[in-house]
Design a protein around this ligand. Structure first.
Ligand code: MG
Length: 287
């Protein structure tokens, strides 16, 4: 099941997408918030058939499928080739050659105010940065809450998956040392186009690709994650209660703009498209 949030004639709805038919069915109108739908369905309740006519996807405006109550959890340096390119780029504060791979996952957050939907323009913030970069990432959506979740139980807490572009101001990431200042700017967390429920996805074998203006920049498979999803859930939930609707962005593969010499930062008019097999494509213009 692909679950999206959308505007149709100004009305906000949650719907189930039929991607093959190119249409969306609104669910029960009491759901305008995907977190409520996650809580209900994670407890085993099936969605009633809405009984409403499907609407063509090209007639609606898709929004970010979820805006959680609190920050998006993110993982840094979780593909080997990317950890290496980041360390060698000059944009990682405190980088030590030969020690690119960490013993523990690097965990940081982005505020909900950074979240925008598919097709929304990502601001370049020229007053704050001149080094905006893209990061294609698989994101996990938590369904069942929990604290101190052991790895062997972790996947029971996953409700679904979506795509996140972990947009980053590299100069601010380097200068402020901790990453929030470079990662948390308004519009720096494009998300979507929808959430695919966990029953339809093998998260350990997903092709992930990122294109800038049609040029392939990142191409990898989630089997190459250093810290796998159960390890991430276990690490993040240690002493911290994960809640239904929480998002965990799992890290980006090699091929970001700072991996080039000289770096290739985003400029006004660029379009970044991230595709993950089994999910879809998240496309956003920058300006
Ligand atoms: Mg990232």
């Amino acid at each position: 099941m692909k679950v999206a949030r959308f505007l149709n004639d100004g009305n906000l709805s949650v719907g189930v997408v039929d991607a093959d038919a190119g249409c969306i069915h609104a669910v029960d109108p009491k759901f305008t918030n995907v977190v409520d739908l996650i809580r209900i369905t994670a407890s085993g309740v099936k969605l009633d058939s809405p009984g409403t006519a499907p609407v063509k996807l090209d007639q609606v405006r898709l929004l970010a499928p979820i805006v959680p109550d609190r920050n998006v959890f993110c993982v840094g340096k979780n593909y080997r080739d990317h950890a290496r390119e980041f360390s060698h780029s000059g944009f990682e504060a405190g980088a030590v050659r030969g020690q690119e791979i960490d013993d523990y996952p690097a965990i940081f957050t982005k505020p909900p105010s950074a979240i925008v939907g598919p097709g929304a323009t990502v601001e370049l913030h020229p007053e704050a940065t001149s080094a905006v970069d893209y990061e294609a990432e698989l994101a996990v959506v938590i369904g069942r809450s929990g604290r101190n979740i052991p790895e062997e139980d972790a996947m029971d807490h996953v409700w679904g998956y979506t795509i996140v572009n972990d947009v980053t101001a590299r100069d601010r990431q380097r200068n402020h040392k901790q990453w929030f200042a470079g990662k948390g700017l308004d519009t720096f967390c494009p998300m979507g186009p929808w959430i695919v429920t966990a029953d339809e996805i093998d998260p350990d074998n997903l092709d992930i690709e990122c294109r800038v203006n049609g040029e392939l920049r990142q191409k990898a498979n989630t089997r190459d994650l250093i810290f796998k999803i159960p390890q991430l859930i276990s690490a993040i939930s240690a002493g911290l209660t994960l809640q239904a609707g929480d998002i965990i962005a799992t890290g980006t593969p090699a091929g970001v703009g700072i991996g080039f010499d000289p770096p290739r930062f985003l400029k006004s008019g660029d379009r970044v498209e991230i595709s993950i097999s089994g999910i879809g494509t998240l496309s956003n213009p920058f300006g």
